[in-house]
Write a protein that binds this ligand. Sequence first.
Ligand code: XMP
Length: 319
Amino acid sequence: DWTMGAYREQAIEAIRAQVGDKKVICGLSGGVDSSVAAVLIHEAIGDQLTCVFVDHGLLRQGEADEVVKMFRDEYAIPLIHADEQELFLGELDGQSDPETKRKIIGRLFIDVFQKYANEIEGAEFLAQGTLYPDVIESVSFSGGPSVTIKSHHNVGGLPEKMGLKLVEPLRELFKDEVRALGTELGLPPSFIGRHPFPGPGLAIRCPGEITREKLEILRKADAVYIDQIRRHGLYDEIWQAFVAILPVRTVGVMGDGRTYDFACALRAVTSVDGMTADYYPFTHEFLGETATRIINEVQGINRVTYDITSKPPGTIEWE
Ligand code: XMP
């Protein structure tokens, strides 16, 4: 009779057997998978684990603080907070092509991670929150011809490049099992149920050139939108919801004045695995109320649209 409690014990034994008294580095994204992996490994080997959290300046409102607070303060896991916003935003300055943006972020991420990991003396292992579907996907994609829709942000070649061995305690699990394990490990439900967030972060929700001004506006609008979804009790029915800031300013009228501000698009989809998705059928009341709140509460946006494209033919993210 197989329970998550038993899996936890087994996994802890396996990690101890693999790692011995050596040190492990874990890249923490703030997502569920890497977080569950980190907490599990910490339970197994304590302070032989150090986490590295790279802040690329493309995170949502309050996200970096939440991650640092939870792992460093609540779990007492040694954590390096790599504040590299200047580097990422500097290199992205003036870049508008989606693949170029993705490649810049992917390359810098690896450089930065490597730089901080090198400071951890004697590390021999790299921990990753790889799940079973990731394992199968990388096998099935390696065969026939394929078209790259988007260069995915991952750290695939990193272990070999750094001469590190991999620790992947979630390799046999599906997403729902990882959530169950996270619950078993005491991670808060609000954290376990979080929508997925892509590695390149807000960069792919800001089509065209990224500026600090646009990122600031986007963060505020996204926070209002998610607050609306939570208030209406819809968060858990939705696979992913976010705002994209559009690279266009439009004319509006507010009070007795003319405005000339950015337009944004709201996105919300249902999905099982992210491979296909349907747009979420919000009520007109919900959409109207949300548009009013965003325009009233977020300076810099004067027009709100709702993206009703399913996947395919659209993708979930805008870039
Ligand atoms: P798309 O936009 O391709 O997204 O329909 C499918 C799912 O993947 C997420 N996504 C990413 N996740 N690195 C990630 O870790 C990436 O580069 C990346 N691009 C997209 C997206 O948020 C959605 O859940």
